[in-house]
Design a protein around this ligand. Structure first.
Ligand code: GDP
Length: 211
């Protein structure tokens, strides 16, 4: 996959998806997880959403080089009282958006707790994207871009981005980038499997007539 790949977010489904990827959105309460999901799925923003109880999912579709990729996005509750319950939803995730609020330092300081929960409940190949949300509110900023970048690098995360669910900045592009990376990886595995099957078939001893 390269930057020149043709990629488009689909408003309606135009066929059978080639593949489905599960993405979870995690982080402290009120960092903007629900707003990020709604921005991605509906391209809308509202100031107040009901508190997420447990987890809620939405779907959106992206066409990459003619292939339809389905993203199932799970918005999880950030409140402490839901912690043990939401872990169940982490299993089987291909990607996690680990969200903090750039205007609330305490949400950045809690990232380690979320990261350990992800490590406990998912496989090591999960792609974790660190997301610093509420970028539009720069005058209230308490966490610098450099601090976010450093956290990404120190923890070997897949990517770091600052977003604004309010203006839309960075949101869709983050999902597109993740979808492209996951799809490219899937294609690579598929072509490797095909190669291995061919090699196995070639290695099979040829039958020489009847025994
Ligand atoms: P969640 O608990 O993490 O799901 O957070 P919500 O999505 O419910 O958002 C919590 C509050 O932050 C709401 O009042 C939102 O309007 C506000 N909010 C969410 N995203 C942004 C953003 O990008 N910029 C600003 N300024 N406010 C945001």
């Amino acid at each position: 996959m390269t930057d020149t790949d043709k990629c488009e977010v689909l408003k309606t489904v135009e066929g059978i998806p080639e593949v489905l990827f599960k993405i979870i959105v995690v982080g402290e309460a009120s960092v903007g997880k629900s707003c990020i999901m709604v921005r991605a799925v509906k391209d809308e923003y509202k100031d107040n959403y009901e508190v997420t109880v447990g987890a809620e999912s939405s779907t959106f579709f992206i066409k990459i080089n003619g292939n339809i990729v389905q993203l199932q996005i799970w918005d999880t509750a950030g409140m402490e009282k839901f912690r043990s319950m939401i872990k169940v939803f982490f299993a089987g995730s291909h990607c996690a958006l680990l969200v903090y609020d750039i205007t609330r330092k305490e949400t950045f300081e809690k990232l380690d707790v979320w990261l350990s929960m992800l490590k406990e409940t998912t496989t090591p190949d999960i792609k974790i994207v660190l997301v610093g949300n509420k970028k539009d509110n720069d005058k209230e900023r308490q966490v610098t871009y450099e601090q976010g970048k450093q956290y990404e690098q120190q923890n070997g995360l897949f990517d770091f981005v600052e977003t604004s669910a309010k203006t839309g900045e960075g949101v869709i592009n983050t999902f597109i980038k993740v979808a492209k990376a996951l799809f490219a990886e899937k294609q690579h595995v598929n072509s490797k499997d095909e190669g291995d099957t061919k090699k196995l078939e070639q290695a099979k001893p040829k039958k020489k007539g009847c025994c």
